[in-house]
Ligand binder design. Structure first.
Ligand SMILES: C[S@@+](CC[C@H](N)C(=O)[O-])C[C@H]1O[C@@H](n2cnc3c(N)ncnc32)[C@H](O)[C@@H]1O
Length: 120
């Protein structure tokens, strides 16, 4: 979405490529289908080993236990001014600058999603 809507160079991390969802392969196929291969890619590696010093903005949709694990890595690795958006789960001890709840359409199973924006 960052590449498609805003032309942002985007790198996603997804370690799973298992049945039935094949998340990594399907994500890569979707990027190609949308003609976004020059702007976006998915890396099938452990996100915890990523270089967090490069991005201007990091978005995560991880479970609370993974948010706890990545939080000190972000604190250590991110440049000042990097924005972090977390989907549905807060980072404990960080104060969100903004919190919004977005109502989903039917494609997203009709539920609502909460987004937390942090500035470092
Ligand atoms: C809550 S799901 C979000 C699924 C999907 N990315 C989405 O946005 O709908 C969290 C995803 O993060 C992936 N994940 C969890 N820990 C990871 C890690 N250390 N490195 C890479 N991917 C990871 C899982 O495989 C899972 O697909």
């Amino acid at each position: 979405m960052a590449a498609q809507k805003f032309g942002a160079h985007s790198v996603g991390y997804e370690i799973s490529d298992e049945e039935p969802n094949y998340l990594y392969s399907k994500s890569m196929a979707r990027i190609k289908e949308l003609g976004l291969a020059k702007l976006a890619t998915i890396v099938k590696e452990d996100l915890m080993k990523a270089d967090f010093s490069k991005p201007d903005m990091i978005t995560v949709y991880l479970l609370p236990s993974s948010n706890d694990k990545i939080q000190p890595l972000l604190e250590k690795g991110m440049r000042k001014g990097t924005r972090v958006v977390s989907h549905d789960f807060e980072f404990r001890g960080w104060k969100a600058e903004k919190t919004i709840t977005v109502e989903d359409n039917d494609e997203g199973f009709g539920r609502s999603h909460t987004l937390y924006l942090y500035l470092r």
